[in-house]
Ligand binder design. Structure first.
Ligand SMILES: Cc1cc2nc3c(=O)[nH]c(=O)nc-3n(C[C@H](O)[C@H](O)[C@H](O)COP(=O)(O)OP(=O)(O)OC[C@H]3O[C@@H](n4cnc5c(N)ncnc54)[C@H](O)[C@@H]3O)c2cc1C
Length: 284
């Protein structure tokens, strides 16, 4: 449980961090809250020769509102999102998701950017970021670019981020008054990670579902939007039968994970049950 030796840098500006990443290439790893990277290094699953600690880069921190969006710095901790008045007022499902992550220590150190960049298949943030159709702001040697959450997650611990890029911020549109979000999760008892986590963002028009987006984590090797559920429910009356029929499609086209914690069939069933419950909650 002792990591290999490494060279340590603690830049205070984004440009400096990007230069270090370019200089050291594949040998380097960015360190944010360290709550995924350091355990991986202790197990020697990762042995970076260079650590670039971005924790002192002020421009990557904080939550602000601009042009109808929340702009969340990548270094914002889970706890800051959970406890922010701005987040609770504007996009409460973000605060709800943060509150479901790990324990107090994990939430105090772990960052939203680190979680998204790490892309653990059982992490909570990806489900909610997908359901909110967020934009991820990335900076690299060629400047800045923005990627839709749906294009960001590419597989098991795989994202659209290049080795020489840093995720700098997450942009989330502030939903209108007819829109409600919810995140429901079944915790794996030992680790607290999601055996299944379902985020739903639903807009009602009277008793009809005007639009719905569903992000699911923990079920497959990568988080996904449950498009079958979304198309089945959009435009439909929000009756118990319609919600159940739509939720039954939560694992359509998905190869569910199978491991010591849950079988494929159990995970598929969890996806359906938690999707139904999350839609019922968002529609209430
Ligand atoms: C005991 C325990 C329980 C946990 N329970 C949960 C849980 O229930 N749900 C959950 O979702 N998570 C859980 N986690 C994980 C936790 O949320 C981590 O904090 C998170 O996954 C990673 O964030 P970090 O800031 O610690 O990133 P780090 O560990 O510092 O980095 C993780 C990876 O992302 C890269 N990276 C970090 N930031 C950036 C960036 N801005 N740009 C580019 N690359 C970057 C790093 O190079 C590294 O590869 C748990 C962790 C522990 C230790």
């Amino acid at each position: 449980m002792i990591p290999g030796s490494f060279e340590y840098f603690a830049p205070t500006a984004l440009d400096e961090a990007l230069s270090l990443l370019q200089e050291h290439g594949d040998d380097a790893k960015v360190l944010a809250g360290g709550h995924s990277l350091i355990p991986t290094m202790k197990l020697r699953l990762a042995e970076p020769a260079v650590i670039i600690d971005i924790g002192r880069i002020g421009s990557l921190k904080g939550i602000s509102e601009s042009g109808g969006k929340l702009v969340i710095g990548a270094l914002t901790t889970h706890h800051e999102l959970e406890s922010s008045d701005l987040v609770q007022q504007r996009v409460p499902v973000l605060a709800q998701t943060a509150s479901e992550i790990g324990d107090v220590q994990v939430r105090n150190k772990g960052t939203i950017g680190g979680s998204l960049a790490h892309a653990d298949p059982a992490a909570d943030w990806p489900a909610t970021i997908l359901a909110l159709d967020a934009d991820l702001q990335i900076t690299g040697p060629n400047g800045e670019r923005t990627v839709k959450a749906t294009d960001f997650f590419q597989g098991l611990y795989e994202t659209d981020l290049g080795d020489d890029e840093i995720l700098t911020a997450i942009h989330v549109s502030i939903p209108d008054a007819n829109t409600k979000g919810t995140y429901l999760k079944l915790h794996q008892v030992a680790s607290g990670f999601a055996l299944t986590g379902v985020a739903v963002v639903l807009t009602k028009s009277g008793d009809t579902c005007q639009s719905v987006s569903v992000g699911i984590t923990g079920v497959s090797d990568a988080p996904y939007r449950a498009s079958g559920v979304e198309s089945a429910l959009t435009g439909a009356a929000l009756t118990a039968d319609n919600i159940a029929a739509a939720a039954a499609r939560a694992a359509d086209g998905i190869t569910a994970l199978e491991d010591i914690h849950a079988s494929q069939a159990y995970r598929q069933n969890l996806a359906q049950v938690y999707t139904r419950r999350a839609i019922e909650s968002a529609a209430s």
